[in-house]
Design a protein around this ligand. Sequence first.
Ligand code: ADP
Ligand code: MG
Length: 316
Amino acid sequence: MDEFSLINTFFKSIGSTRRDVVLGIGDDAACLDVPAGYQLLISTDSLLADVHFCSNWDAYDIACKCVMVNVSDIAAMGGKPCWVSLALTLPSFDSVWLERFSKGLNDSLQRFNIALIGGDTTKGSLSITLTIHGLVPIGRSIQRKGAEAGDVIYVSGVLGAAALAVHYLNLSMDNQDRAVVLNLLQHPNPRVDLTTCLQAYASAAIDISDGLSADLNHICLASGVGACLFSDALPIHCLVKQYEPEKALDFVLSGGDDYELCFTVPKPSEAAFLQDLDQMNLQCYPIGVIESMPGMRLQTHLGDIIELTPRGYQHF
Ligand code: ADP
Ligand code: MG
């Protein structure tokens, strides 16, 4: 099968059909209608075999993960995901793999009403790069740089399960428990449900892809502030507590791959924020406070304050 038949067979008719796609796959570039009153958000994430996923994963799961991590970046900006393009590098033509990949891509794109608008297909070591485009009302994107001293730091969910899944890939774990954490690693749930709340209340936000401490540090550096986290308040996944109680704090602070959001809410807005969350049946966890002193600190359960060195996944 040549490159063009491959594109037509596996990628031409997948994802959501959107009326704002003037021209999708098949020309030199896609053409999209951007509605008045909105700004475009654009983000790219690559997933490489044996770095971000194991080569032996079902290609369905690889495609899902690729979409989820990209959608998470748009969610972290307070936007709505709309369109993706796919740069796919394959070591060989493998129709079974492509069939699964294309199905995973289709299902996950449809879940968020995203259209596949183009891409590029090449031969080489397996790598998947998605560029996602989203929309946000003008001036409403939530950036890393808006946090101020006194703001309350929140995370959107329990952390550490993805790190536990990676840690236990080669260790013995109850089969059902392994399936739970592996599912969280392969199918993170990007927090698009928080978009309206974040737009209304958050002063800064980031998604936790590298690890809470590393990602929160990005907010601190961009905002010119520091942070103090309360160790007792950090929400830890129950299986992390069960299997690795000693490593739990480490997994939560520097494990990464959880794709929850970390964001800050100015104290005066906190009550209204919590009320809105409650009305939407959502729960977020206050884990600390933004301080004017640069650097990151951790208040232990005994009340001691220790220096917190931001750590997370680093490629280089
Ligand atoms: P060009 O030579 O102009 O770069 P290509 O031959 O690479 O075009 O691609 C032909 C069309 O197919 C383009 O519209 C491109 O966006 C799309 N395309 C290529 N690869 C993929 C892919 N993996 N998924 C979706 N669309 C793709
Ligand atoms: Mg091309």
